[in-house]
Design a protein around this ligand. Sequence first.
Ligand SMILES: [Zn+2]
Length: 230
Amino acid sequence: MPWVLKFWTTGDPNATPPVPAVTWNLTGAVVTPYDVPPGQVSDITNALNAIAGLSSYAAGRLNNYGQDIRVGYDPGSPGGADRFAADKFIVIDVAAANNFHFFNSFGKLVQGNLGLTLMHELAHIYLNTTDSPRGASDATMDGMNFDFRGAVIDEQNKIAEDGNLTDQIQVSYQAAGLGLDSIFVANVSYTDNNEIDVARIDTAFANSMDHTLNTTRVRDLLFGMGATIR
Ligand SMILES: [Zn+2]
């Protein structure tokens, strides 16, 4: 069953010709979608077609999504998912998503791939789960074998691997975000292209990062930003 994409638009009955509304049931929604700008409609459509063309695993996920794939606009958001609305949907601002960077498995800060970012948000819905590392305290992250990725990043990485996007394996949910390229140099490996399992950037609140308890995923790239590192 090929997937059906729907983009939120409030429509305009007075336009010539009238623009029909495309909306859905927001009961329970946490996020309010805005009309998706026409340019972003084509960016999103193309990015999903591209990732489905690269990865048969992603194509399978889209084909078996089980409902219309609903997308709204949220200014400034690099991506979000609303699993709580009566009709589940994702939101994104492509302009922000294009500014999203993360550390990959070669210690390199890379720009996120729009198709993977969209699949990440859709995975929140079809796996019905959150990003488990989100909001973890520093003490929690120092715990034995803390999972810096979670099920949704794992899924995103599985699609990247299947699609041969070898530069797009994200090692940590946390070492990622908007404007990171203003702090670090993008497209440069901080590990001389050696593979890593985890990247962690100290927050302003922690005075230390301690990974000595880890027995798996022990190849770390840690940015202390003033912290003590063990
Ligand atoms: Zn997420």
